[in-house]
Design a binder for this molecule. Structure first.
Ligand SMILES: Nc1ncnc2c1ncn2[C@@H]1O[C@H](COP(=O)(O)OP(=O)(O)O)[C@@H](O)[C@H]1O
Ligand SMILES: [Mg+2]
Length: 271
């Protein structure tokens, strides 16, 4: 097994935006579904204490939570208890669930309190310490909370790539500067982190002021914008609920969706 990050070919891709509802969770899950379809060894980490990705992949998550600490709450507790790194790596592997062929590390609201207890160094190291286990995969996709706390910081400090999903609304454009600044700050700790791109999500031609905003994004961010835009498609939710990307779920938006997902994997060097 590879021992140093430098020679690892593991891509750790974080979906990040401190605005909620822009599609971080949906795009993270779709990317994982697509990568698995392309036979890429892939893992999803749900770092959001809201546990939306976990609930999507594990509809009976409530009963699962009652069985005791598992997933991110368990790993956060071990970090707070300062267990040695090799124990953390072992625990990480033990806290992976496979549902319908999708390996992921689940999360639930109990990790919210622990996130607040992590000091800044523990936050930086939270995922980095588990890299030995991340390297079992070719692609690790991280879904993050919509606020800049310990978990998002931890994801940025451990990742090789970040994608920022945005929607074409007024506040998204201005909020993006803060997100880019956060990524810049994380680079001081993790110089390996690359911006794989800004992804316009839920694109519709007929969206109010769409052309105006699109022009502004293109002018300001140029090649940082993904060439393909994720269409606004009711089928996205269907794909996630059924854990499969199918033409019959997406209809005429299928090809466009597939092009976005392919571009994500190309920009991160996975394909
Ligand atoms: N491309 C899309 N087309 C249609 N609906 C979408 C799309 N992306 C996200 N959504 C919907 O928007 C809502 C918010 O998405 P979500 O992925 O939870 O965002 P976030 O994780 O950033 O809060 C969800 O109801 C989701 O189904
Ligand atoms: Mg989310």
């Amino acid at each position: 097994m590879k021992s140093t990050p430098e020679i690892s070919d593991t891509v750790i891709l974080t979906f990040c935006n401190n605005k909620g509802g822009v599609g971080k969770t949906s795009l993270a899950i779709l990317t994982v579904l697509y990568a698995l379809k392309r036979n890429v060894r892939t893992l999803l980490i749900d770092l959001d204490p809201q546990g939306n990705a976990t609930r999507a992949l594990l509809p009976d998550a409530v009963s699962f939570e009652q069985e005791g600490f598992f997933g991110i709450p368990q790993l956060a507790r071990l970090v707070l208890d300062r267990v040695p790194t090799e124990d953390l790596i072992r625990a990480f592997r033990e806290n992976i669930v496979v549902a319908d062929g999708i390996p992921f590390v689940p999360n639930d609201i109990r990790s919210a309190i622990m996130e607040k207890e992590l000091n800044s160094l523990e936050a930086v190291l939270f995922l980095r310490k588990m890299r030995g286990a991340l390297e079992d995969y070719r692609l690790v996709v991280v879904d993050t909370p919509p606020h800049l706390g310990g978990f998002l910081w931890s994801a940025l400090c451990a990742s090789t790539h970040v994608i920022i999903p945005v929607d074409l609304h007024f506040f998204s454009f201005w909020g993006l500067r803060n997100v880019l600044q956060t990524i810049e700050d994380a680079r001081a700790v993790n110089p390996e982190l690359k911006l794989a791109g800004i992804l316009i999500n839920r694109y519709r031609k007929r969206l109010r002021n769409a052309h105006e905003y699109l022009a502004r994004y293109e002018e300001t961010f140029g090649p940082k914008l993904l060439k393909n835009r994720m269409p606004d498609a009711a089928g996205v939710e269907v794909c996630i609920r059924r854990r499969d990307i199918r033409q019959s779920y997406l209809g005429k938006l299928y090809e466009r969706t597939m092009r976005v997902l392919q571009e994500i994997l190309e920009r991160t060097g996975v394909l």
